[in-house]
Design a protein around this ligand. Sequence first.
Ligand code: NAP
Length: 509
Amino acid sequence: MDTARQFAIDDSKANHEIMTNLDDVKLLRNLAYINGKWVSGAHFRPVFNPANNEIIGYFTQLAASQVSSAIDSAEHAFTAWRQLQADQRGDYLRKWQQLILAAKHDLARLMVLEQGKTLAEAVGEIEYGASFIGWFAEEARRSYGETIPSHIAHAQLFAVREPIGVAGLITPWNFPSAMITRKAAAAMAMGCSVVVKPASETPFSALALAELADRAGIPPGVFNVVTADAKTVANVFCQSDKVKALSFTGSTPIGKQLLRDAADTVKKCSMELGGNAPFIVLPDMDVQQAAQAAAEAKFQTSGQDCLAANRIFVPQNHFHEFVEHFATQVNNQVVGNGLQADCTIGPLVNHSAVEKAQSLLNDALIKGATIVAQANLPPNTQTDGCFFPPTLLVGVKPEMAVYREENFCPIAIVMPYADLEQVITMSNDTEYGLAAYVYGHDIHQIWQCLRGLAFGMVSVNSVKMTGHPIPFGGIKQSGLGREGSKHGLEEFSEIKYCCLGNLPTVSGS
Ligand code: NAP
């Protein structure tokens, strides 16, 4: 470990805000974690607190050669790791999970400081992320193969699942801990080693996971975290024959680019990309209850959630009543620093996100949309932090960017519909296909929605839909593959078919 460098940076004034918020200050790491060692690059990059624009610390930037060395370490570690029994790998993972849960308050505070979400959301994310580690620690024991009735005389046929090898994982800033554990736990449980590239806005959450993996005794090289320029890492991953699987969570355009780049070495790719979720209120739904659920589905993580209810569709005859109730939900939001006890919605991740939200709003207003409600921003937040007020828009038309794009901000749009056929068509009118929500009672209409909605996940009468046992993932341009559930292991394994023939007995032997 480059100790001098680590502490020179850690002791700087910039780290003061983090240090005063952590009980265990050693969770704050700013070097990359490769082969069980903390490794420095030649440069450091700042991390900002989106609630006040202050630099909370610096993290190292590796060179391409250092990213390659992480892959070499992972490949070396893979040889022994894959030989362990699934139970033995599960023991390491359970230890890691326990340490994460024991440190959840520190990890959550660290996350709020670099990402901005509320403390309650951050604690929820740490628990959610840790649950995948527990799940896959168990699930890998059940990665059964199959026996195949033979079509070849005297031969036994079977297929087994084998770990694919080194997996490159690239993750986003909106869920800086859970998007890592959801991938890494599946890969590691299956017997793969991983090299993780976290988002540059939120490296500290990833490096704290590495610190806890180290304390859990996970063998060097099995879990590596590299922090470097995104394109540099992506090039090294995509060009390396040693990286057999590439798992990405992030925006659809970057996912498409990675798919193109990974084609040269024919990697197994899993892609968790953007969403543009509809929220359909059925005619028999209690309007107040529906407005409350829709606001919850829209405003979690300040609207920066791939599952966020981007387009809320309400029957024409309930439209005005629904809008009134939703406006109350908007006005009740308490915008502020995520560490503030009464805060219900934190800042956006950075200034570009605020500018993008403003441009979506301007585009909609110019084209005829109307603001019905907008939450207040507390004094100074507009100038000091990356805040954007929760906003309710009506009069939105399909040609507006706020409707077509994954808006990833707290702008809620409510639109009327005439009948079920129309609302299903409107819901499916997007290149995305991640998640959809339906609220109502009539089982016939619910069934029509379940059958008609072109999304990988449809949740009826529940805002909460995700979790370790479910196959999380999208269709259309929302991605490829599934995370969580038994299917999560498939992304990091390959099927080997075996034909065990029967040599004729040699006479006299
Ligand atoms: P992003 O800009 O695509 O970045 C995601 C990751 O890709 C980051 O680590 C980023 O690194 C890296 N990256 C950026 N440019 C790259 C390039 N040219 N080549 C390779 N990697 C590159 O996405 P984001 O803004 O962080 O996250 C928001 C997006 O993630 C949304 O679209 C959201 O829907 C999606 N998401 C999907 C799911 C899901 O499960 N489907 C879950 C969460 C989020 P740097 O940070 O260093 O630039």
